[in-house]
Write a protein that binds this ligand. Structure first.
Ligand code: ME8
Length: 675
């Protein structure tokens, strides 16, 4: 059985996940699901990057140890992936003991092979990026990558002799056109490698400067550079987390000299090398240059494809905490449906190019493609089978050129999807499938089953039309399942297939399953609610989860209502949706020294945050602890009397000078969205 190994970057635990993290992870999920139903032996890995200065600093800010900080933050990722239907086979944390052992084994092996040297180094260090630069790298004295100030460092460190592999790396990229994708990114990397001399890579940090990292096995005074540690995750996971290898027992990284990687006991030859490393364009260089040369020095095979996708902005602006426009993927999915969100991300923008996220664009897509096109096709087809044939799929009788055409388009899909998803080109794959969606709708219009139903002489023709539309839906449910697993499984069940063929996820032969004619006549279908309810911008506020909305209709949207006189300072629903309100439980409270007004609060909003609130005149620390309140979570952090506040508590005050914090009317847990 052919294997397929796909990875996402491992995300830093210094922050909470946002739409960018969700994007890469859903992309990997689509590929993993697709390969699974093709019958491939899949390993889909994601996880978290937990060492290094940024994490150490984030933990210190919260008054926690780095490990305690990471233990809490990692849950934000795990719970989001669950909510978004991510089917990862494993979740790696770089603080996992077997990962640490693998990093040390590989370092030891490189050291013994003479691939690492100790040197005194003078240069410039960018703390946020955790990267060293030489004088000539700097742009106007700042970090060439992020533009932020750098500071001068002189210290002893260990260097990986990366420069030795310069020519070999260029040759590899040149002779493997699919190694870096898309092609524009490949050309960028090649351009950079051809125009510059590759230096050696500093792969340690003295413990005197940074203690939160993996100890270097041959020199206890140093920890491993976080990028060296992080990149190894792709390999180390194959040794202790890959399917059928999930037990860590028997894991014994051998620190023997010059041992080929497959004999080290760390990592598995079964899944390595990865088929797709999916990354954002921000970290292509570290993958294309550091990781590739590390693997070359270790005599290990290189991954087949590094795919660098584009960057999401929000409402035309870079996402940033200070702008308060960081999109919480969990909240969007809750409001509009997980599958609508998944679909939008991959239909809107070609994978590889930058994209702009806005609620308005998403609603437009959902309404036109999902509610109107696909949802409508499903509801019309199922409706008619229920109405004209009591819910049992009739056997086709007279097939004409029209049916032949639909059959051909449906049967061509496996090959087209295989090609589109190989790169991967998700948008093209969806366009391929949408040809069948559009054709299905046109087919219903052209054959007018409602007219055939009026004439008993057309009964055979009506049977054929109903069978063809139902079979079209069956093919769509399978081909779209990797993108929208929840709603396509629902469609599958409505087609009466769950009992017989089980879940789509259990399929193992995509090409066979998609073959025309597998839907058995007599299968009982049922109609159900709208698969993708239309989202009404005007009523968005009143709408809870989209599932509870009105069913899809084929009618035109209602004419615009004459608006009532607008109040002053009107904001749009989009603007309101940018304010992240959550319930928060106050865990600790104390007065801010030298202030009569301020209390410093530690609040659990799903993650712990410090909030400074001007409520000391109305509440003592003892009174406020234990209360559940409402917190504005995406407010730019600010310092009040020198104490950082990461959010704001909602409170009401009156003309008499009374103040009361706002609390939910019934008990409800911390970290829930207020909307
Ligand atoms: O870089 N648009 O972790 P990270 C699209 N730990 N994708 C985005 C995005 C955006 N605006 N923002 C983030 C790290 N991403 C390292 C990786 S791997 C061995 C170590 C996605 O938490 C995108 O995949 O900063 C990007 O590469 C990744 O998140 C960076 O995540």
């Amino acid at each position: 059985m052919s294997k397929y190994y796909v990875t996402t970057p491992i995300y830093y635990v210094n922050d909470i996940p946002h739409i960018g993290h969700a994007y890469t992870t859903i992309a990997a999920d689509i590929l993993a699901r697709y390969h699974r139903i093709c019958g491939h032996d899949v390993f889909f890995l994601t996880g978290t990057d937990e060492h290094g200065q940024k994490v150490e600093e984030a933990a210190a800010k919260r008054g926690l140890t780095p490990k305690a900080h990471a233990d809490g933050m990692v849950e934000n990722f795990r719970s989001l992936w669950k909510k978004l239907g991510i089917s990862n086979d494993a979740f790696i944390r770089t603080t996992d003991e077997p990962h640490i052992k693998t990093v040390q084994a590989l370092l030891q092996s490189l050291w013994e092979k003479g691939e690492i040297e100790k040197r005194t180094w003078r240069g410039w260090y960018c703390t946020p990026d955790e990267r060293f630069w030489t004088e000539k790298d700097l742009v106007e004295g700042n970090c060439p990558d992020c533009g932020r100030p750098v500071h001068e460092v002189e210290e002893e460190n260990y260097f990986f002799l990366m420069s030795k592999y310069h020519e070999r790396l260029v040759a590899h990229i040149e002779s493997h056109p699919g190694f870096i994708l898309p092609e524009s990114r490949r050309n960028e990397v090649l351009g950079f490698l051809r125009s510059q001399t590759l230096g050696d890579l500093c792969i340690t940090r003295p413990k005197s400067r940074l203690s939160w990292g993996i100890t270097v096995p041959f020199d206890e005074a140093f920890v491993t550079y976080v990028w060296f540690d992080a990149l190894v995750n792709y390999f180390s996971a194959t040794g202790y987390l890959a399917p059928s290898l999930v037990s860590t027992e028997g894991f014994s990284p051998l620190l023997t000299m010059r041992t080929p990687f497959h004999e080290t006991g760390c990592g598995s030859g079964r899944f390595w090398p990865a088929d797709h490393h999916l990354v954002g364009k921000d970290i292509l260089t570290t993958h294309a240059v550091y990781w590739s040369t590390m693997l070359m020095a270790l005599d290990m095979p290189l991954p087949k494809t590094l795919f660098a996708h584009g960057w999401w902005t929000v409402d035309g602006k870079k996402m940033s905490k200070s702008l308060g426009n960081v999109v919480d993927p969990g909240a969007v999915a809750e409001k509009f449906g997980v599958d609508a969100f998944r679909y939008f991300l991959f239909r809107e923008v070609p994978f590889g190019l930058d994209g702009d996220f806005s609620i308005a664009a998403m609603i437009g897509r959902v309404n036109s493609d999902l509610a109107n096109d696909l949802g409508n096709l499903a509801s019309r087809a199922l409706n008619m089978i229920v109405r004209y044939r009591g819910g049992a799929v009739p056997a086709p009788v007279v097939e004409t050129e029209r049916e032949e055409h639909i059959r051909q388009v449906a049967e061509a899909l496996p090959a087209r999807l295989a090609e589109s998803l190989a790169a991967p080109r998700f948008q093209r794959a969806l366009e391929d499938v949408w040809e069948l969606v559009s054709l299905g709708n046109k087919y219903i219009e052209d054959t007018a089953p409602w007219a055939l139903a009026k004439n008993p002489a057309d009964a055979g023709r009506l049977d054929t039309v109903l069978y063809t539309t139902a079979e079209t839906l069956r093919v769509l449910a399978i081909t779209l399942w990797p993108f929208m697993p929840g709603s396509m499984q629902t469609l599958w069940e409505r087609l009466g297939l769950a009992g017989k063929a089980g879940n789509i996820s259990a399929m193992k032969n995509f090409d066979e399953e998609v073959k025309w004619g597998r839907l058995a006549p007599g299968t009982k279908v049922f109609k159900g609610d709208a698969l993708f309810p239309r989202i009404d911008m005007e009523n968005l506020n009143e709408q809870a989860a989209p599932k509870e909305n009105a069913p899809v209709t084929t009618s035109e949207p209602p004419p615009e209502k004459t608006p009532a006189t607008p109040p002053e300072n009107v904001i749009t629903i989009d603007e309101f949706a940018r304010v992240q309100l959550k319930t928060g439980k106050i865990i600790e409270a104390e007065r801010v020294p030298k202030s009569n007004k301020l209390l410093r609060l530690q609040v659990d909003t799903g993650e712990m945050r410090q909030v400074v609130a001007g409520i000391a005149k109305w509440y003592t620390p003892e009174e406020i602890v234990g209360k559940t309140v409402v917190i504005v979570c995406n407010l730019a952090p600010a310092k009040l009397m020198g104490v950082e506040s990461q959010g704001m508590i909602l409170a009401a005050s009156d003309a008499e000078g009374n103040l009361a914090v706002i609390s939910p009317e019934k008990p409800i847990g911390a970290g829930n969205r207020v909307k």
